[in-house]
Design a protein around this ligand. Structure first.
Ligand code: NAP
Length: 311
């Protein structure tokens, strides 16, 4: 029988020991479903896009999903959908920029499910603009969600993971976190910061049993990319032209590609997974020739602007 999202059925019983990862991996009939069955996954940004797809995918594989975002009605509807399908879900209305709300949400997850095996940081915002003229407050806003939000959630779950001597944290960064791109300068700065924070923490946690992964997506088909995210809707309501990360004519990858990357990162303990595979390698090679890369990007951007203006 599906459990209630109010948490009455799970609590103490869910605190039972997590299935051994090595046992699941050793099984000759290894399936992600078996691996994630009964694991507790806390996902930020679960009300939309990548985070939503992750919540549905993990629930389908038998994981218990705690879902954090600000739009409670969307989380409630998603929890109802998961529970109706026989899964287990806990909606948590919280703003990741507020440390106390994040700690409270992590505490509620621990009280409800008994442990947190996996944390996935997907909450994020993007406000494209030129560095030369952008309002500095936009960078502060992105920093507080993309970077500080990631820090708050990691600090909230680490004590319980340390006590368990195990856990996985996956931070959704971006290909924009390895190379600066035009009109995304401030967003890039926040994702570079997430990459640095994650890499440093990974070394700090070396040998602790807690694994940290970076997932680095390119352009993914979500409301963020189509100018329909929460922040962009607010801009539109205020009479401003809704912001778009990329023109509609540019193809975007499906959210499932990121979900598969996250699953691979957790199961295989990968430090970094790019979407599509190999994209970060290209960026790392390009970083050896920064001047040439600047010229190619500048030329490409101008050609693209010229071509799309004519469509
Ligand atoms: N789409 C892409 O092309 C792409 C590429 C590379 C990386 N990424 C990264 O992937 C992640 C997910 O993005 P997406 O494309 O799925 O965007 P999305 O559909 O706009 O979803 C963003 C999520 O972040 C949550 N969020 C925003 N501000 C928050 C806050 N202060 N507190 C709590 N939650 C907050 C939103 O929920 P509420 O509004 O309900 O709070 C929403 O669930 C982001 O970190 C993004 O930077 C996306």
């Amino acid at each position: 029988m599906p459990s209630s999202r109010n948490g009455s059925r799970n609590g103490a019983k869910s605190a039972a020991k997590a299935p051994s990862k090595s046992a699941a991996m050793r099984s000759s009939r290894f399936t992600p479903g078996a691996y994630f069955h009964d694991r507790v996954v806390l996902i930020t940004g679960a009300s939309s896009g990548i985070g939503r797809d992750l919540a549905l995918a993990f629930a389908k594989m038998g994981a218990k999903v705690a879902m954090m975002a600000r739009r409670k009605s969307l989380l409630d509807a998603l929890a109802d959908e998961i529970i109706a399908a026989g899964g287990d879900a806990l909606p948590l209305a919280a703003d990741v920029t507020r440390r106390t709300e994040v700690r409270d949400a992590a505490d509620r997850t621990l009280a409800h499910f008994g442990r947190i095996d996996i944390l996935i940081n997907s909450a994020g915002i993007a406000i494209p603009d030129r560095v030369e003229t952008m309002p500095p407050e936009d960078l502060e806003r992105m920093m507080s969600v993309n970077l500080m939000g990631t820090l708050h959630t990691m600090q909230a779950v680490l004590p319980s993971m340390r006590a368990a001597g195990a856990g996985s944290i996956v931070n959704i960064a971006s290909l924009a976190g390895r190379r600066g791109m035009p009109t995304l300068g401030a967003y890039c700065a926040t994702k570079f910061a997430v990459v640095g924070l994650t890499e440093a923490l990974r070394v700090e946690l070396y040998g602790s049993g807690i694994r940290l992964s970076l997932v680095m997506p390119g352009v993914i088909d979500t409301p963020m990319v189509h100018g329909a995210s929460d922040i962009q809707s607010v801009a539109a309501a205020a009479g401003n032209v809704p912001l778009k990360l990329i023109p509609d004519s540019l193809p975007a990858m499906p959210t499932q590609w990121v979900t598969w990357a996250v699953i691979a990162a957790v199961v295989l303990g990968l430090a970094e997974v790019d979407v599509p595979p190999g994209a970060v390698v290209m960026e790392k090679i390009a970083a050896l020739f920064p001047g040439l890369t600047d010229a190619v990007l500048a030329l490409g951007t101008r050609l693209f602007d010229w071509a799309t203006r004519r469509i």
